[in-house]
Design a protein around this ligand. Structure first.
Ligand code: Q46
Ligand code: ZN
Ligand code: ZN
Length: 339
């Protein structure tokens, strides 16, 4: 097996590209694919201050590493979810990565700052763990990006993630979600711009990038992911991909090129502003009710913590200043729960 670029010994095959690569040319391929996505969707400007949401896993550390390599000014944001040993270990991986490279890592710990952890919050709100987790992370991501004056928030969603979400949305014909499923969400009305630069790389490729680049990432899956629908969609797509390499990338990129605009147009015709949002009276985030979904979750979770006899931690919700936004923009915080 020879590298398609230098003809030296190859160590990985990328079947959908019908190419094998050596270490150097594979890591270059990953950087090139990321740069191409950034360019294609106008994700980042060279002068942007970038905040990367890092979990300690392969995707978020890979995207942080690649962005630094591409010359972007990128800080990291780690959110402690209070999921036992998993959170302890994931935090250690994120911290070690940042320290080894002299990068700035912002840390927000849910139990310390907001008085609850994800298992408690999910139970108290009678929601699936990933749903409570998604609400929590989105709130902290938005607030941290705004408070830190960052231009863009980056997440490590990869091709497998996006194809699985797309698959789920298509299976149920969730056309509003389809209208909003883009790798870039523009900044508006108090929300930071959000981008997903890894949408041209698969999970296997981000893992290989980390191994070849000496990035020590957390391999273990989150213990609360069991039962998550998107894992089943990933398995289904992987079965198809095995038979027909390239199908997953064609499915997702074909949607972006040929279908997403149709869904956006269809939902644009419904007219924005029919369901104006107000501000959460406690934290200032845009919300359809007096308290936003995050503050309602905090209330339920901290009440459950107090009732259980555990020592409740002080809740430090910081007010934010937001302009109103419309229902069509809800995807940034409320609609897109997924791992
Ligand atoms: S951390 Fe949170 Fe994921 Fe764990 S609880 Fe679900 S969403 S699976 S990225
Ligand atoms: Zn090579
Ligand atoms: Zn709120």
């Amino acid at each position: 097996m020879k590298c398609v670029v230098c003809r030296g010994p190859a160590i990985i095959d990328v079947r959908r590209a019908n190419a094998n690569f050596c270490t150097d040319h594979f890591t270059k391929y990953c950087r090139d694919q990321t740069a191409r996505a950034i360019h294609e969707f106008d994700m980042l400007d060279p002068a942007d201050r970038v905040l990367v949401a890092v979990s300690g896993g392969k995707d978020s550390l890979a995207v942080w590493d690649i962005l630094i390599g591409l010359g972007y000014q990128a800080d990291g944001l780690y959110v402690g979810l209070g999921i036992g040993e998993y959170s302890d270990t994931s935090g250690n991986h994120a911290r070690a990565f940042a320290e080894a490279r002299g990068l700035h890592l912002i840390e927000v710990d849910l139990p310390t700052e907001y008085g609850y952890d994800i298992p408690t919050g999910a139970r108290a709100a009678r929601r699936a763990p990933c749903s409570a987790c998604g609400t929590s992370k989105r709130h902290v991501f938005d607030a941290s990006a705004l408070e830190g004056g960052y231009d863009v928030l980056v997440t490590g969603h990869n091709l497998d993630d996006e194809a699985a979400v797309l698959f789920g949305n298509v299976l149920r014909w969730q056309t509003e979600y389809l209208a909003r499923q883009m790798p870039v969400l523009a900044a508006r009305n108090g929300f930071p711009k959000k981008v997903k630069p890894l949408v041209r790389l698969s999970e296997r490729e981000t893992a290989a990038y980390c191994i070849m680049s000496g990035i020590d990432y957390l391999v273990d899956e989150c213990p609360m992911s069991a039962g998550n629908r998107h894992l089943g969609y990933k398995d289904a797509l992987n079965t198809i991909e095995l038979q027909s390499p390239g199908t997953k990338a064609d499915f997702y990129s074909g949607f972006l090129r040929r279908a997403s605009q149709l869904f956006r147009s269809a939902h644009h015709d419904l007219g924005p502003g029919t369901d104006e949002l107000t501000h959460c009276e406690r934290c200032g985030a845009p919300s359809t009710s007096e308290l936003c979904a995050f503050c309602r979750l905090v209330d339920k979770a901290t009440a459950a913590t107090s009732n259980s006899g555990d020592e409740a931690q002080p809740v430090t919700l910081r007010p934010r200043s937001h302009a109103p936004r419309t229902a069509g923009e809800r995807t940034n915080t409320e609609a897109e729960a997924r791992p």
